[in-house]
Write a protein that binds this ligand. Structure first.
Ligand code: ADP
Ligand code: ADP
Length: 216
């Protein structure tokens, strides 16, 4: 049976960091909707142009565009054994679509780690986040610094600070999360797959909590 894990939680809580670790451990693809959008912006595709205007304001990209993009990603064979989803779904309509897509190949969402941390912690994490230009690996100037400042340990590529990680955009992104994404907590609780994870802990501790939830 394939294993699909959806990481749920506010911006900055550590979804991308944990998704990277879990994907490596479980040997499953890490699917980050934000990374796919950023890749499209870098390549200046039509989707990239459309998505950018929403992303720079900290708004969600409309469901139809986001769902079409994820459908395309799921049409590749590496998703058949399962996947770690990071940043998708973010609305109930996206979650319904995911359910349909997975049932198409006999799968379902098996586990939803719901990671939380206080808002001031999220802010501190996002304004200090540095992202790898080549592959989106994530660092923090204080909490998870790269060996050489400004350079990705893994790819050797430059690190950059995301435009939407400015304090005023972060405040808006957290509000958007509360309004549009929080309903998914109840959605997945109703399906019996939600696992509450304390994200205000060292990176390794958060991983251990997720691994225990997976074993249950
Ligand atoms: P998200 O994908 O949920 O937005 P990230 O994984 O990108 O979150 O993490 C946001 C920032 O916080 C990054 O700079 C990352 O290095 C840092 N970070 C992630 N997890 C932790 C943690 N447990 N403790 C301290 N800093 C963390
Ligand atoms: P974070 O790591 O802080 O959670 P992401 O990289 O996941 O941020 O997302 C960055 C931006 O990309 C979001 O603010 C939003 O504009 C857009 N985005 C990413 N995933 C989705 C999605 N599933 N639905 C709509 N917009 C999305």
């Amino acid at each position: 049976m394939p294993t699909y894990i959806v990481l749920l939680g506010p911006p900055g809580v550590g979804k991308g960091t944990q998704a990277g670790i879990l994907a490596k451990r479980l040997n499953l693809p890490h699917i980050s909707s934000g990374d796919i959008f950023r890749e499209n912006i870098k390549k200046d595709t039509e989707l990239g142009k459309l998505a950018q205007s929403y992303m720079s304001k900290g708004e969600l990209v409309p469901d139809d565009l986001t769902i079409a993009m994820i459908r395309e990603r799921f049409s590749r064979p590496d998703c058949e054994r399962g996947a770690i989803l990071d940043g998708f779904p973010r609305t109930p309509a996206q979650a319904d679509n995911l359910e349909n897509m997975l049932s198409g190949f006999g799968g379902k969402v098996n586990l939803v780690p719901f990671i939380t941390a206080p808002s001031e912690v999220l802010m501190e994490r996002l304004v200090g986040r540095w992202t790898c230009r080549a592959k989106g690996h994530i660092f923090h100037e204080r909490f998870n610094p790269p060996k050489a400042p400004g350079v990705c340990d893994i790819e050797g590529s430059p690190l950059f600070q995301r435009d939407d990680d400015k304090a005023e955009t972060v405040i808006h992104r957290i509000a958007v999360y509360q309004e549009q994404t929080m309903p998914l907590v109840q959605y997945y609780q109703n399906r019996g797959v939600l696992a509450e994870i304390n994200g205000y802990a060292p990176i390794e501790d958060v991983t251990s909590q997720m691994v225990s939830a997976l074993k249950k």
